[in-house]
Design a protein around this ligand. Structure first.
Ligand code: FAD
Length: 469
């Protein structure tokens, strides 16, 4: 038996503790929630701490950002999800730090409340996920928001819809064209899906809604530093995706490194080394994710070095060296496959890790044999490009077009948390498919408050793409 397992057995021996072991889980995302659920019925007391009171289905955030779904339809209240799990308690709190030596989780003080500022644990599962990364250019964040939270999605929706409104208000064709230019950075699944939805919104949903502009003239640019779209996918699927994206009306610009973003334009380095400035008011950042800051505090206390993505390197026991009572899983953890390549930061990886760690703790708590060593089961990956158009692999089978799109629908409906959400999303998608409409097209803040739209269009001169050596 390995040292961590021996140690866990000790920790979970009721005589040693005199009480049920306290398991604290930080983060109710894909990894954390699976870990909590795997502990249902186990003789442990689980406390789930999250800064949000809901589980968020991030893969559908882009549909909120483009008005196809409402935020409530892709989020499930954690208390409701765990209502029937009596050994699980939910605490709404922002974890500021973890004290590994003192076995305490430190929470940000809740203003105006006498709530305890810490939470003691015998076993800790850290699954706090990641956040948008700007690769050393954090100054781009205000002008090129990412898509990681409900707030991000609503802000993007506001900016996208506002751009059409501002174009409608302008008398100048050049200014209109600038407002109707949308730049999406990063041709991973998020960028591809977002770009596809903006095109459909412009071409189908908004087609008859404006009087002075033709929304279908909108340009959607998808900028990618790599020479392929959907890096990480099979080469043939990448080629098919690139063809489909272009056929769909998206300007796919590969091998373009973003060098500057301002409220007025995005500048990219062209393959020939020149810099091209593209005037636009709407830039969306879909290019990078970094582990959340808690990873750094865990690494510092356990003598580990974070990887380039800010993730905590762990093996398939998911425990920190010297701290077998602490598990790190999901987007925060870097776990290498036997060939040395890291597991991707995707939902199935997070869910399988959560389930595994939950089962390890449950087995120890009941004295059952330990589960088999963790092995990631790759069932495939899918990305939609547009209506009835997607690419991906499912159980090793390469799919494109309508079959891929149907598989994508099925997978997302299956993994969406909550029966009600599944039903509503299915109904929304069916209605949208038939009518090409989008029911959630609200600009939910006054247009002058934040972001690119601060710039008044009325005073802007017409501009066109400019290239500089
Ligand atoms: C726009 C987008 C699209 C995506 N599309 C896909 C896709 O199509 N397919 C796919 O497989 N994957 C996709 N992913 C990736 C997938 O969503 C992640 O891999 C997955 O969410 C990781 O799960 P996790 O549990 O590690 O983190 P998360 O799901 O991010 O959960 C982390 C939880 O921790 C909480 N938290 C964070 N910090 C603290 C703190 N300090 N205190 C308390 N709570 C905290 C958060 O509120 C959150 O609930 C997408 C991600 C994004 C952003």
């Amino acid at each position: 038996m390995s040292a961590p397992t021996e140690h866990l057995r000790e920790l979970l021996r009721p005589a040693a503790l005199g009480a049920r072991p306290r398991v604290v889980v930080i983060g109710g995302g894909f990894a954390g929630l699976r870990a909590v659920r795997a502990l249902r019925g186990s003789p442990v007391d689980v406390t789930l701490v999250d800064r949000r009171n809901f589980h968020l289905f991030q893969p559908l955030l882009y549909q909120v950002a483009t008005g196809a779904l409402s935020s409530g339809e892709i989020a499930a209240p954690l208390r409701a999800v765990l209502r029937r799990q009596p050994n699980a308690t939910v605490i709404l709190g922002d974890v500021r730090d973890v004290d590994l030596a003192g076995r305490r989780v430190l929470l940000d003080p809740a203003a105006g409340s006498d709530a305890p500022g810490e939470c003691a644990y015998d076993l800790l599962v850290v699954a706090a996920g990641g956040r948008t990364a700007y690769f050393g250019h954090d100054e781009w964040e205000p002008v090129a928001p990412g898509l990681k939270s409900v707030e991000d999605a609503l802000e993007l929706r506001r900016r996208i819809l506002l751009a059409f409104e501002m174009a409608e208000r302008s008398d100048d064709p050049g200014t209109r064209a600038v407002w109707l230019t949308f730049a999406v950075v990063g041709a991973g699944p998020t960028g591809v899906e977002l770009a596809g939805q903006i095109v459909e919104m412009a071409r189908d949903t908004l087609r008859r809604d404006f009087r002075r502009i033709d929304p279908s003239t909108a340009r959607v640019l998808l900028l990618e530093a790599a020479p392929v779209a959907l890096p990480g996918f099979d080469r043939r699927l990448q080629e098919r995706a690139a063809r489909d994206l272009r056929h769909h009306g998206i300007e796919l610009l590969l091998e373009r490194m973003v060098v500057d973003i301002s409220p007025e334009a995005i500048s990219v380095r062209e393959p020939d080394g020149t810099v091209r400035r593209i005037p636009t008011r709407t830039v969306i950042w879909g290019a990078g994710v970094r582990a959340c800051p808690l990873a750094a505090t865990l690494a510092a206390q356990s003598g580990l070095e974070l990887d380039r993505g800010g993730r905590v390197p762990v093996d398939t026991t998911f425990t920190l060296p010297g701290h077998p009572e602490v598990f790190v899983i999901g987007d925060m953890a870097r776990v290498d496959r036997p060939d040395g390549t890291p597991l991707p930061g995707i939902a199935p990886v997070a869910m399988q890790q959560g389930e595994h760690v939950g089962r390890v703790i449950a087995a120890r708590a009941t004295g059952a044999p330990a589960p088999a060593a963790f092995r990631y089961r790759d069932r495939g990956s899918l990305a939609t490009i547009g209506r009835a158009r997607a690419v991906g692999t499912v159980f090793g089978l390469r799919l494109t077009g309508l079959p891929a799109w149907l598989a994508w629908l099925g997978v997302h409906l299956t993994y969406l948390v909550g029966f009600q959400n599944r039903l509503f999303v299915f109904m929304r998608w069916s209605i949208s498919f038939l009518t090409r409409g989008r029911g959630a097209r609200l600009i939910n803040e006054p247009w002058t408050t934040t972001g690119n739209a601060e710039v008044s269009v009325a005073d802007e001169p017409a501009q066109s793409d400019a290239t500089a050596a």
